[in-house]
Design a protein around this ligand. Structure first.
Ligand code: URA
Length: 432
């Protein structure tokens, strides 16, 4: 096969065969196809797209470039929930214990934050002693025993995606629906759970800014997963403003614990209960969504999800006393209020700008391998649609003295106070 012919075929908008796609993925992963030819190939896909069959084949080839986990070793119905990334998204920390408390196996590989978005693994590492790397044996044993494990992604899962993603990142070929869908789904299929629930974020703080584009991406990922024999659903959710009331690693863990105690913000509780309700319908055969929602919500108010969280933290080597004693988290040196400069409705509490503000303080990383400061971040006291008076505290900055000027510049861009009461639903669409 000839890579130049494959590139020019795609440049002309023609459909590639399964063996041509397999040749490109294997050739690039093994180093036979150089970066400059792969860049030309990715650029051709970026402009000409791929149909559903080509996207599925690309995904399967990337999945098969490394290890596919043997989930037969976990007893029971296993569900993975994947978020396409946002600001203040601590859903996994709450949903995992809720699902496990209801007898669903929640085995998850999570990522670290990059750019303005946070990552579950960084959040978990703010718990003293918490281990995000378990051996395969430990991982399976823990999921079988307590129903829940969350670990950092193993190096051998979809290595083709790792290499291709790094190239896309530096060749401006990330924002392509078939390339994003195949990248995400190759890792989800390699993790090999029975069901995948995709939380596709939409809005300023998300990858997809626009609902139509997000829906195209969601539908393609659902189709790829189903073509590969998995049960898949997608839920499209609003990421115009941060989810919940905190952005920053330790702050988000504390907020998750509060939510597990039944005292969390309404939006984060509603999202976790909704996703958990779909899990209950699929894993436990609960017939009505309302009944399943109530069962899910009960775990946050009867202590069962909180107990699972304690077991989970302890099983992964963390200090479970953090649940009762938040002072065990590293504190930030100072707290600075951000106050309303006029009176009116909050028309915008922009997720992207708040994510960038938290990043400037050191909560996120600018490139892979950077250290994060677990203590810093932003608390969001008021959300879109709230009425504020001049001088009311809208946000609070938890800082260790780094990046405060940039942080406040971003916060000034984030907040718009006006005359209109604007409000968008949290759950925008469900694809099942
Ligand atoms: N996340 C991924 O894993 N891959 C993409 O291409 C985009 C987001």
């Amino acid at each position: 096969m000839d890579i130049v012919e494959i590139i020019s075929k795609k440049q002309s908008g023609l459909e590639l065969t399964d063996s041509e796609i397999g040749y490109v993925v294997a050739g690039y992963t093994e180093g036979v196809i150089p970066d400059y030819q792969m860049t030309a190939f990715l650029m051709a896909v970026y402009f000409k797209g791929m149909n559903d069959r080509e996207s599925t084949t690309l995904t399967i080839c990337m999945r098969d470039s490394g290890q596919v986990l043997n989930h037969e070793r976990i007893l029971g119905y296993k569900i993975d929930k994947h978020s396409t990334g946002g600001v203040g998204d601590k859903t996994t920390l709450i949903l995992g214990p809720m699902a496990a408390a209801l007898g669903i196996k929640f085995s998850k590989m999570s990522g670290r934050g990059l750019g303005h978005t946070g990552g579950t693994i960084d959040k978990l590492e703010s718990i003293p002693g918490f281990r995000v790397n378990l051996s395969e044996e430990e991982f399976y044993k823990q999921v079988n025993e307590i129903g829940l494990a969350v670990v950092a992604q193993s190096g051998n899962l979809a290595p083709a995606d790792k290499k291709i993603y790094a190239l896309r990142d530096v060749t401006s070929t990330v924002a392509s629906i078939p390339l994003i869908a195949s990248s995400i789904m190759s890792k989800k299929l390699a993790a090999n759970d029975d069901e995948i629930i995709l939380d596709v974020k939409v809005g300023s703080g998300a990858f997809m800014k626009d609902l139509d584009e997000a829906e195209k991406l969601a539908r393609l990922m659902v189709k790829i997963g189903r073509n590969a024999g998995k049960k898949v659903m997608a839920i499209l959710t609003n990421m115009e403003q941060p989810l919940g009331a905190t952005v920053g690693n330790a702050l988000e863990v504390v907020e998750s614990i509060e939510t597990l105690k039944g005292k969390g913000p309404a939006d984060i509780e509603a999202l976790c209960c909704s996703i958990c309700a779909y899990m209950l319908m699929d894993a436990k055969g609960v017939k009505s969504l309302d009944e399943a929602y109530d069962m899910a919500r009960a775990t946050l108010h009867d202590g069962s999800a909180l107990n699972k969280f304690r077991e989970f933290v302890k099983a992964q080597g963390g200090n479970d006393e953090v649940v009762d004693k938040y002072s065990l988290f590293q504190p930030a040196q100072q707290r600075i209020a951000y106050k309303a400069q006029s009176e009116g409705y909050l028309e915008k509490v922009d997720a992207l700008e708040i994510g960038l503000a938290a990043g400037a303080l050191g909560a996120g990383r600018h490139k892979l391998g950077d250290d994060v400061d677990h203590a810093v971040g932003i608390v969001v006291y008021r959300k879109c649609g709230d009425y504020v008076k001049k001088g009311d505290v809208i946000l609070e900055v938890f800082s260790n003295g780094v990046g405060e000027v940039q942080c406040f510049e971003h916060l000034n861009n984030a907040i718009i106070i006006g005359k209109e009461r604007k409000f968008k639903n949290l759950i925008l669409k469900v694809i099942r």
